[in-house]
Ligand binder design. Structure first.
Ligand code: AMP
Length: 302
C-alpha cells in the first residue's frame, strides 16, 4: 500500500556537542518520507519557498518519493533552529519560522486522494485536518505532533486525534498532552481522545507501544556514535508506517515489528547530521540491524 504524508520540509540549523550545521535539509515530512521510502511508495504534501534548492527536491525524487504535492510559494521556506546538550534526548528549540507554512492550504493532487495509509507528520494541526478532509476513506491514519502545537493549537490537535488510529509522540509531549507525569496513565488519557494505538518515543531509552490491551517495549539501538538526534522521531515514524504499509493485516504482531523497524531507521538517522546517513543506506543494512534488535532483546525463559 502506498503512503501519504503531510508535514514540514525545512531548513534546519542544529548544534550538538559534536558539531554544528547551518540551514541544512530537514523537516518532519522530509525525514519521514526518506525513511518510509525504503519500504513503500510515498506521496508528500508540503510547501517550500522560492529559496528552496532544486537539488533537495531531486534528492526526494531520487528516493522514489512523489513530490507532486509539494507547492512552491512566494516567500521563505520553514526554518527551525535547535540545540542539544550532552542530554541528547531533547532538543531546545531556539527559533521556529513558519514562513510559507503560515498561509499554506494543502490542495491534494487527484492521485493522492485515494492513498490508503496517511501520516500527519508534525505540523499545524489545522493543516493535518485539512488533509484529512481531502482523503477518501483511508485504511489507516496516524499522526505526530510536538509541544509547539500542544501549547499553541490544542483544540485543533484534539480534533485531529479524534480521527486517527495511531498517535506517535515523544514522552515529554505525551506527559504534556495528558497533563499527567505517569506514562501509563497518560497513555490511557490520550487514547480516550481517539487513537487506538499510542507509540511513545523515549529517545535513547527506546519506545513504548500501548494498544489498550498490551504494552510493547523496544530499546533504542546502543550506538557507538550519535551525532545529531534531529529527525530521529520522524525517521522512527517513517520506518514504522512504511513497514505497516507493506502489511496485509495491521494486527498486534505487525505493529510490534513496525516499532522495531521504526527504531531501526531512527538509529541510522542519528549517526550523522541532517539526512546524510539515510541518504546512503542499503536494504541489507536495514535487515541486519532489524535482526540485531532481535538479538539485543532475546533471553531464555526460566
Ligand atoms: P524530530 O524527529 O522530532 O527530531 O523532528 C525534527 C524536525 O522537525 C526538524 O527537521 C524540524 O525542521 C521539524 N520541526 C521543528 N519544529 C517544528 C514545528 N513546529 N512544526 C513542524 N516541523 C517542525
Amino acid at each position: 500500500m502506498s503512503l501519504l504524508v503531510v508535514g514540514s520540509v525545512a531548513f534546519d540549523s542544529v548544534k550538538t556537542p559534536f558539531g554544528e550545521v547551518d540551514e541544512v535539509l530537514g523537516g518532519s515530512a522530509t525525514y519521514f518520507s526518506t525513511a518510509a521510502s525504503y519500504f513503500t511508495k510515498v506521496s508528500l504534501v508540503a510547501v517550500v519557498g522560492e529559496d528552496f534548492p532544486e537539488e533537495h527536491l531531486n534528492f526526494l525524487v531520487g528516493r522514489g518519493i512523489n513530490i507532486d504535492g509539494i507547492e512552491r510559494s512566494a516567500g521563505r521556506t520553514f526554518r527551525w533552529k535547535g540545540e542539544y546538550s550532552y542530554q541528547l534526548n531533547e532538543a531546545k528549540t531556539l527559533d521556529t519560522q513558519l514562513n510559507v507554512f503560515e498561509s499554506f492550504h494543502p490542495n491534494l493532487p487527484e492521485s493522492y486522494r485515494k492513498v490508503p495509509v496517511v501520516f500527519l507528520a508534525n505540523i499545524d494541526p489545522n493543516l493535518q485536518l485539512e488533509v484529512l478532509k481531502q482523503v477518501e476513506k483511508p485504511k489507516l491514519v496516524a499522526c505526530d505532533t510536538m509541544n509547539f502545537w500542544i501549547e499553541g493549537k490544542l483544540d485543533a490537535l484534539i480534533q485531529t486525534l479524534a480521527s486517527v488510529d495511531i498517535l506517535i509522540i515523544n514522552d515529554g509531549e505525551a506527559r504534556e498532552l495528558a497533563q499527567e507525569v505517569n506514562l501509563v496513565k497518560a497513555a490511557k488519557k490520550i487514547m480516550a481522545y481517539g487513537p487506538g494505538v499510542l507509540v511513545v518515543k523515549q529517545g535513547e531509552y527506546g519506545a513504548l507501544m500501548f494498544n489498550g490491551e498490551t504494552i510493547f517495549s523496544a530499546p533504542a539501538f546502543p550506538l557507538e556514535q550519535v551525532f545529531d538526534p534531529t529527525g530521529a522521531g520522524d525517521s522512527f515514524a517513517g520506518g514504522f508506517m512504511g513497514y505497516l504499509a507493506t502489511c496485509n493485516e495491521i494486527d498486534d504482531v505487525a505493529i510490534r515489528q513496525a516499532v522495531v523497524y521504526g527504531s531501526t531507521m531512527a538509529s541510522f538517522n542519528v549517526e550523522a547530521f541532517s539526512l546524510d546517513r539515510m541518504r546512503a543506506l542499503k536494504q541489507e543494512e536495514i535487515k541486519s540491524r532489524f535482526q540485531a534488535f532481535k538479538a539485543l532483546t532475546a533471553f531464555e525463559n526460566i
